[in-house]
Design a protein around this ligand. Structure first.
Ligand code: SAM
Ligand code: SF4
Length: 349
């Protein structure tokens, strides 16, 4: 049973491993993304089919098990954890895990605990997230038009997300908005979204759509290279490259007219793998060493094999030796099947 912990989580002290995780290409793995559930209260058209088959609940790791896995990664040098999904805030009792992981931030063992959310539950959880040590979050928002919002999320409510953003800012959380750039959908709205975000002290990052999992439409129709979007934006804005980094794959520019930052995540047109510092854990305990590859390691068996973390630590080490150099997404009409069969909601983006 997952129980709600006290005001500061009770996470056991972590014994730091002597050897940090270095992959075969010399990259240190310091960032863990955890998909805490594959379920979601939205059905974004580029992410999921409307009638998705989700994992049976019995296959999910408990929140205690996820906490133990995360702690093992912290002991091995992970400094940043992002909770994602599916929608992380729809997992029952999720604040238990947030509080436990927040204790590592309070203790200086973790530099950052953050999450990526669709914003639907933020009004409810914003204060508690801040209280647990979360300081920055990413909110996914693809449009400012309520009707278009409904069209892309199918089940989402625009007003609720706006309330969530407001509550999060009021609670003191710094927000970055993430928008998937979609041809003939929001490509001409990005300029307005930029003004909206920057006018409220939020960064904005645009993302290319990636070929992951079967959906109900053809992604080729919606694929928009960010090089094109950037050229369009440059007709209205002065964009200057800046070295700003958040530990993620975005490359940032400063927008002179708004004074804010705009990030580009370009998995399709630009390979961002050379500086990859992260691995991805699913809610069943599968570790993916690359978002765009199928190779994975089963950590659940190692986790359950023993109460000591020795097996687990060895299984993590073995997985890191298999971290590939990079991915090679292709999106065109000749390749009309997803490059990776699993949906983004499994590995969490
Ligand atoms: N539900 C949360 C949310 O929407 O923020 C977290 C999980 S969601 C899978 C994480 C991010 O992946 C979101 O910003 C979403 O827009 C993005 N995403 C989902 N499917 C994608 C795809 N096929 N290509 C590019 N980005 C995608
Ligand atoms: Fe849910 Fe996020 Fe996927 Fe949208 S992008 S369906 S909010 S997991």
């Amino acid at each position: 049973m997952n129980s709600f912990a006290g005001p500061i989580g009770t996470a056991a002290p972590v014994i730091a491993d002597k050897a940090p995780m270095i992959d075969p290409f010399g990259r240190a793995v310091t960032y863990l993304r955890v998909s805490v559930t594959d379920r979601c209260d939205f059905r974004c058209t580029y992410c999921m089919a409307e009638h998705m088959t989700f994992l049976p609940k019995k296959d999910l790791l408990t929140l205690e098990e996820l906490n133990r896995l995360c702690s093992a990664f912290i002991a091995k040098g992970v400094r940043k954890i992002r909770l994602t999904g599916g929608e992380p805030l729809v997992r029952k009792n999720i604040m238990f895990l947030v509080r436990e992981l927040g204790a590592h931030v309070h203790a200086g063992r973790l530099d950052e605990l953050t999450l990526t959310t669709n914003g639907s539950q933020l009004a409810r959880y914003a204060d508690e997230l801040y209280d647990c040590g979360v300081r920055r979050i990413n909110v996914s928002l693809d449009t400012l038009d309520p009707a278009r919002f409904k069209a892309v999320t199918r089940w989402g409510e625009f007003g609720k997300v706006m309330e969530g953003i407001e509550a999060a800012q009021k609670a003191g959380l710094k927000i970055k908005l993430n928008a998937v750039a979609l041809k003939d959908f929001n490509e001409f709205e990005i300029a307005d979204m930029l003004r909206f975000a920057h006018g409220r002290g939020m960064d904005l990052t645009v993302i290319e759509t990636m070929p992951m999992g079967e959906i109900d439409e053809d992604r080729t129709d919606r694929y928009l290279p960010l090089s094109k979007l950037r050229a369009d934006l440059e007709e209205q804005f002065t964009l200057t490259e800046i070295p700003y980094k958040t530990g993620g794959p975005a490359r940032y520019v400063e927008v002179k007219e708004t004074g804010g930052r705009l990030g580009f995540i370009t998995p399709m047109t630009h390979n961002f793998c050379e500086s990859c510092n992260r691995v991805r854990l699913t809610c069943t305990g599968t570790l993916y060493m690359c978002l765009g590859q199928n190779d994975a390691a089963d950590l659940r068996t190692a986790l359950r094999a023993s109460e000591s973390d020795d097996y687990l630590s060895a299984a993590i080490d073995e997985a890191i030796t298999r971290k590939p150099k990079g991915h090679d997404f292709i999106i065109d009409r000749q390749h009309n099947r997803p490059a990776v069969a699993r949906h983004m909601s499994v590995t969490g983006g």
